[in-house]
Design a protein around this ligand. Structure first.
Ligand SMILES: CC(C)(COP(=O)(O)OP(=O)(O)OC[C@H]1O[C@@H](n2cnc3c(N)ncnc32)[C@H](O)[C@@H]1OP(=O)(O)O)[C@@H](O)C(=O)NCCC(=O)NCCS
Length: 166
């Protein structure tokens, strides 16, 4: 379900990085002119940056193909928290993969990284993600008004946290 990235996973990561509406859903400011860059090199560099400050894992299918990623960023090792993120390829959503990947990431955060809690920011109109987090007992701790500007309009965001059982 979760494993370190391999070179053969780069097309999946590049596809997710080039998906403009996905990047706006993630509040991640999409790449400028993705057609004009080396997408695989950009994906490699991006994963390296993620791994330098946190954890990055590929979400893999039953056939061990890459179908998404999870990340835990900006880890504060003294207070033992980090910021969670997840994205799946479009065709892989809505079938319980997110649920399984979220549970696996929580276990990695607790057991391998020794984190006390995870936090996340989610756009307030991202109903599928919010349903997932609330069913997984994440707690809504705040709202960020007009927080993310997608170039045309501003979007509210919510902050959730989950204390990881010892
Ligand atoms: C958000 C995202 C990761 C969710 O993953 P997903 O695979 O689509 O989600 P799931 O199918 O696991 O959906 C969760 C659903 O399953 C439920 N669910 C799945 N397995 C479950 C289980 N074993 N027990 C209880 N609930 C379960 C969830 O509560 C929810 O309910 P629904 O089927 O009635 O809608 C995915 O849609 C995605 O990549 N979206 C784009 C990126 C994004 O928005 N990321 C989050 C940014 S903060």
């Amino acid at each position: 379900m979760l494993r370190p990235m391999q070179k053969r996973d780069l097309p999946c990561v590049a596809e997710l990085r080039s998906d403009i509406s996905l990047q706006h859903a993630l509040m991640a400011s999409p790449l400028q002119k993705p057609a004009a860059i080396d997408r695989l090199q950009e994906a490699t560099d991006w994963v390296e940056r993620k791994e330098a400050t946190g954890l990055f894992r590929i979400v893999s299918s039953q056939q061990d193909d890459a179908i998404g990623f999870v990340q835990i960023c900006d880890i504060h090792f003294k207070s033992r928290f980090g910021w969670f993120g997840i994205a799946l390829l479009r065709g892989e959503r809505g079938r319980g993969v997110g649920w399984a990947a979220l549970n696996a990431a929580e276990a990695v955060a607790r057991n391998d990284l020794g984190l006390f809690k995870l936090l996340l920011q989610v756009r307030s109109d991202n109903a599928q993600a919010i349903k997932l987090y609330e069913r997984a007992d994440w707690r809504l701790v705040g709202h960020l008004e007009a927080h993310y500007h997608d170039g045309q309009e501003r979007h509210d965001a919510a902050i959730y946290e989950k204390v990881l059982a010892a």
